[in-house]
Write a protein of this length. Structure first.
Lengths: 230, 225
């Protein structure tokens, strides 16, 4: 137990901050993912074949390639890409992006592919009559989406989004390879310096279980809230 | 774009794909039996057996695969007693540690898939079997299992693809699988995009094959023939 003490003697506070980091990365990645879903869901549902192709390319590639490979691409390629863009604007200094941004971008793109699929499925399962009725009532396109489609879609999407959240949360463990100090990285450091890997990795597992358990409870509440009236 | 690098790295990556495929097939093979075993335990009425099986699948589905590999590879070696037993022959090899971790992980997901498949079988089918005087054992092996396999094919196909992506984590315990070799080439040449295209292409090709095989099997075993 003294291994987990707070302060200089134990790893308690370090692991606590690492857990906060995992939560921060997961939430950022989930939001980045929503941003990507916002772009790619309309593309996948578009009636234009080329746009469909772009949308399908994104979801197929990201869901068919290991997360670790995507993370390596961002880790090794991220600053190169940014520097290339900067060089167009006449900036030639070395730019280093921090591990938090690289990590949450990489996990965000992965999470976005899953979110896109969830939103696509949810929109497609809304009755066509709803769209038509909204149109007939003369509601403008913006109102159609935000007032009619979105509330119905959310109810259908939340159970699947909770799966995406779980995947995202677990995927954040992979960005430990880039050196970002989240639960996994902190456990690795602690295990290395105390020579007690069994304890620290098991404790990391407990932390992850705790995170998934608590978030499931919270999401269930949301689910109840959005299925009022059904 | 460095096309020479892409062409040169292709054979190396293809060789590493063999390691990926070995890891995948071994863990799927053992995982299927483990999953079936725990799915059967989940259907038992005894509350302790039931809770035990549920706990297994909850823990392995609720924690990242990376933690599981690290516990098995770095953690178990710490137990002095294990080092003296014959198990140490297996546990000191990263290859077997990876397979054990993947098997336990895929076993947890497979048990959930099979359990829900068993539960969707209509009781009428089992009752029909019983009223024909077929023994419980034969009902299980000849009626329930074939139906459950068919029901769980789409979900199991997804699990195979997830597991294929999961084998990439073997590279974190020094194994040179497809991702491991890709990372090595990236870190020596600093050409991440080219290597990503080749390695990603190989992974996508495997996904494509698995997807189509499952689709074919689904068609073959569907109700309407």
């Amino acid at each position: 137990m003294e291994l987990l003490a707070f302060g200089k003697t134990g790893w308690g506070d370090e692991l606590f901050y690492a857990t906060l980091m995992t939560i921060a990365v997961s939430i950022t990645a989930m939001l980045v993912g929503f941003l990507f879903a916002l772009i790619f869901t309309p593309l996948k549902l578009s009636k234009y074949k080329t746009l469909n192709l772009v949308g399908n390319f994104y979801t197929t590639v990201i869901r068919g390639v290991p997360e670790l490979l995507v993370i390596y691409l961002f880790f090794f390629g991220g600053s190169g890409a940014i520097m290339y863009v900067a060089s167009i604007f006449g900036y030639y200094e070395y730019i280093e992006i921090n591990a938090f941004i690289t990590g949450s971008m990489a996990i965000g793109i992965i999470s976005g592919a899953y979110s896109t699929e969830v939103f696509r499925g949810a929109i497609q399962s809304i009755d066509k009559g709803q769209f038509e009725a909204a149109k007939v009532l003369g509601i403008n396109k913006f109102g159609q989406f935000y007032k009619i489609i979105l509330p119905q879609m959310l109810r259908l999407a939340i159970p699947n989004l909770s799966n995406v959240w779980q995947i995202t949360l677990k995927d954040t463990s992979l960005i430990s390879v880039t050196g970002l100090v989240e639960i996994m990285r902190q456990s690795y450091i602690a295990a290395g310096s105390t020579r007690d890997p069994l304890f620290f990795y098991s404790f990391a597992a407990v932390l992850y279980l705790l995170l998934t358990y608590v978030s499931m409870k919270l999401i269930n509440k949301l689910e109840v809230r959005y299925s009022r009236g059904y | 774009m460095d096309f020479d690098l892409m062409i040169n790295s292709f054979p190396k990556l293809l060789g590493a794909t063999l390691v990926t495929l070995k890891l995948l097939s071994a863990s799927l093979f053992f995982g299927l039996f483990l999953g079936l075993f725990f799915a059967i335990l989940r259907l038992k009425k005894n509350i302790f057996i039931n809770k035990f099986a549920y706990g297994y699948s909850y823990i392995f589905r609720g924690t990242p695969l990376l933690v599981q590999i690290f516990i098995i590879y770095f953690g178990l070696g710490q137990i002095e007693y294990l080092r003296t037993t014959f198990l140490w022959v297996i546990l000191k090899e990263p290859y077997w540690c990876a397979i054990i971790a993947f098997t336990l992980n895929t076993g947890a997901y497979t048990s959930e898939i099979l359990r829900s498949a068993f539960q969707t079988i209509k009781p009428g089918i089992i009752e029909a079997g019983k009223s024909l005087g077929i023994s419980n054992k034969i009902i299980f092996y000849k009626i329930q299992i074939p139906i459950a396999i068919r029901q769980s094919l789409p979900a199991y196909g997804n699990e195979i693809i997830l597991m294929m992506k999961g084998t990439s984590l073997a590279s974190t315990v020094t194994l040179m699988d497809l991702t491991g070799v890709a990372k090595y080439i990236i870190s020596t040449t600093f050409k991440p995009i080219e290597v990503f295209i080749v390695a990603g292409g190989i992974y996508l090709f495997m996904t494509f094959i698995i997807h189509n095989v499952i689709k074919f099997l689904e068609k073959k075993y569907s109700f309407q023939q």
